[in-house]
Design a protein around this ligand. Structure first.
Ligand SMILES: [Zn+2]
Length: 93
């Protein structure tokens, strides 16, 4: 990952258990370490479940693709939002 890809190098994990509010800043590469791990605060659920991991891999693929077509970061960057609550990946131009 290079600095030209700020939208995908940073990621915030959020516990979606109601009333918990735990968050953790991480990167897409490190986020997979939270796969199947319970929330450290409320100990409920999984921070990254199988669906989340599939999306995470998609984000990493997109990032690699972006670097492949634009290695010097000359194209205008869109933003990419991974929403694990709704299982959606949102890409804005
Ligand atoms: Zn929690």
């Amino acid at each position: 990952m290079s600095k030209e890809h700020p939208d995908i190098t940073k990621m915030t994990l959020v516990c979606d258990h109601s009333g918990c509010g735990w968050t953790q800043d991480t990167s897409p590469e490190d986020a997979s370490e939270w796969h199947k791990k319970p929330c450290p605060k409320c100990e409920n659920g999984e921070i990254i479940d199988d669906d989340d991991l599939a999306q995470l891999n998609m984000v990493l693929c997109l990032s690699l693709f972006q670097q492949a077509i634009d290695p010097e970061g000359k194209l205008e960057r869109g933003s990419l939002k991974l929403d694990t609550a709704t299982n959606s990946v949102e890409i804005k131009g």
